[in-house]
Design a protein around this ligand. Sequence first.
Ligand code: EPZ
Length: 430
Amino acid sequence: MEQYVIKGGNPLNGTVEIGGAKNAALAILAAAIMTDETVLIENLPDVRDINVLLEAIQGIGAIVERVNRSTVRINGSTISDVSVDYEYIRKIRASYYLLGALLGKYKKAEVPLPGGCNIGSRPIDQHLKGFKALGASVDILHGSISARAEALKGSEIYLDVVSVGATINIMMAAAMADGLTLIENAAKEPHVVDVANFLNSMGANIKGAGTDTIRINGVKKLHKTEYSIIPDQIEAGTFMMAVAATGGSVTVHNVIPKHLEAISAKLLEIGCQVEEMDDAVRVERHGRLKKTNVKTLPYPGFPTDMQPQITVALALAEGNSIVTESIFENRFKYADELVRMGASIKIKSNTAVIDGVEKYMGARVSAPDLRAGAALVIAGLAAEGITVVDDIEYIQRGYENFEGKLRSLGAIIERVSSEKEIQKFRMRVG
Ligand code: EPZ
């Protein structure tokens, strides 16, 4: 078990480079098996979730060649098995993208039903509704979803909830169905658009990704491609919010500023300066933060994946702020940990009522999930004294070299794996 140890109180200054979008990459890697030709994917983040999905793809018989940390070649011609092992789903829910990819290509797939997770119950009924509308029979047997069809037939599908996963999974299957599929009330997140662009670069015919209605004209075959994944909007937002919490001035490079608009708008509201450049944003904070209210919404609204990070900043702002989580039911688990660091936050159902404090005090806390874990690190960076964050494997699932990037901005943070190392850190920097 590893921990982060942090000596807080230093403003962040300098430049940081953002990696490829994890959540785009997870879907794109699954979609890459849909052709028998070799696909080259660049700008992959080197994070745990990606590496587990690559193992799952190998597990069904595809050839996976890691060219370097951020580049992989995948060839799906050798796939021998359309059944994905439970081990992978258990480690990473997004292995369920193999359901849409395998169903589209082979018209059959078997994937264990993902359970709930730390942020909520996370049903996948909309994914299954989409597959059924395309003509697949979908059964749940012994904890696994089995989907098969003689032929997939284009259809009109209205999603009852805006779901990133369902939009992408249905888009993949429909890319190789006969005829036209319309996905209505589709998710519009940048990674939905990236997956559509990737599939189109393989010869799919998908229009309207990024709007409410996606039109997919099925094709018989997909072909090889070389594709570079978009920058990670949430990794970028996390560094932007870290500057809000600690103060300082950081230029975040390799981003698409348009994807960050909801985050930039909130940073401006709370008193930060934000300057957009072509492929970078600079965030500065000098005085005390101002209060605001935030409600998470599907894109282009404020992302749920940034909710814990902005809460950490708002808990240091002057006055009362309210944060409402409208996507997942259990995404405030970190609030108790923040309270232990001196925050004043009351959770009432899906709302956090925050009474801003002047400062956090270092404490030992544990990361309940990926984004909340990153948020607790930010709190540690802003806190007086030393913070130890336990369970950082959650953070490593989605942030590449988080501590290294923060250190390059002047943070005092180390990754350690024993109580002895924590003691040494305390003696050295305490
Ligand atoms: C994706 O999850 C992301 N994961 C999540 O990122 C992100 O929080 C989420 O989208 C929302 O933006 C990946 O891309 C791998 P949804 P996903 O389907 O696709 C309900 C992170 O930290 N719903 O858009 O699972 C669902 O319960 C993570 O990187 C149904 O009711 O999210 C939720 O309330 C965690 N039925 C809402 O829709 C369904 O069939 C949105 O979920 C599907 C979803």
